[in-house]
Design a protein around this ligand. Structure first.
Ligand code: B12
Length: 225
């Protein structure tokens, strides 16, 4: 079992490995997480994901450009591949929903969306991942085809998040009961409310708890049987 100091050191190695796009360092640190019996979820969120947040700052400061950011993303995914199968399923109070998720049209950012998807999957939800740059109508088609309880929309750019209210309108026309959750860095609780979304979460962990609440409410509304 790792001590707090050992845990902090390994988390830092994961974080720095992502920032310095050092896949070997990330892989080695991820293996240490498993060998030392550390919490894989803690390592993903506070190591890999925290590293990517720092990369975001470097990108914004023009210290990193697209090629560096892509290599950082590769390092993150190398760690995620190792850690993901070891994340302990969370408690969902028996609620297991069916969810459609995707990054909206024009937007190819999918790291955050994939972390949200991961949280849902480990909680036992069935996730229909449409990927990134998803045409508006595709969310509607897929939610009807799969009879999903909820649609999750991700956008990372101010220029692409504006399609969210349009998708919500299209979804509501076809299925007034569908729950819609929105997220991504430029999105806020205020915007979500203004667009008529049922939920918003700032990160993957809160996305799961928000989803559980929403699906619970939905089940209460539906007749049993
Ligand atoms: C990585 C990255 C890229 C990578 C994407 C790789 C990939 N496969 O995703 C690459 C290099 C390809 C890229 C390209 C571009 N990018 Co970029 N990118 C980023 C960066 C640095 C990090 C994003 C990230 O992965 N963060 C880490 C994850 C873990 O966090 P997250 O995405 O926020 O997700 C969390 C939450 O938001 C939330 N969440 C996310 N989705 C959802 C959904 C739901 C339903 C819920 C509830 C929650 C939720 O939970 C997640 C996990 O906790 C950001 C900077 C930043 N500060 O965000 C810029 C950023 C988003 N990019 C930006 C831009 C401008 C671009 C480009 C146009 C650059 C260019 N000139 O080519 C292109 C866009 C191409 C396109 N059409 O989409 C801008 C957007 C600015 C704006 N006004 O909106 C940013 C903000 C950088 C900046 N400061 O200028 N980018």
């Amino acid at each position: 079992m790792a001590t707090t100091e050992q845990r902090d050191a390994i988390i830092e190695e994961l974080k720095q490995g992502v920032i310095e796009f050092d896949e070997d360092q990330v892989k080695a640190a991820a293996q240490r997480v498993l060998a030392d019996g550390m919490d894989a979820y803690d390592a993903i969120m506070n190591g890999l994901s925290a590293g990517m947040s720092r990369v975001g700052e470097l990108f914004a400061a023009n210290e990193y450009f697209v090629p560096e950011v892509l290599m950082c993303a590769d390092a993150l995914y190398a760690g995620l591949d190792i850690l993901r199968p070891h994340v302990k399923p969370g408690t969902t109070a028996g609620i297991k929903g069916e969810v459609v998720i995707g990054t909206v049209e024009g937007d190819i950012h999918d790291i955050g969306k994939n972390l949200v998807k991961l949280m849902f999957e480990i909680a036992g939800f069935t996730v229909h991942d449409l990927g990134r740059d998803v045409p508006l109508e595709k969310f509607v088609e897929e939610s009807i085809r799969t009879e999903s309880d909820m649609v999750c929309l991700s956008a990372m750019m101010t220029t692409t998040m504006i399609s969210m209210p349009k998708i919500i309108e299209l979804l509501r026309k076809k299925n007034p009961n569908i729950k819609v959750m929105v997220g991504g860095a430029p999105v806020s609780d205020d915007l979500a409310k203004r667009w008529g979304a049922d939920g918003y979460a700032a990160d993957a962990a809160n996305a799961l708890s928000e989803a559980i609440n929403m699906i619970d409410t939905l089940r209460d509304l539906k007749p049993i049987g």
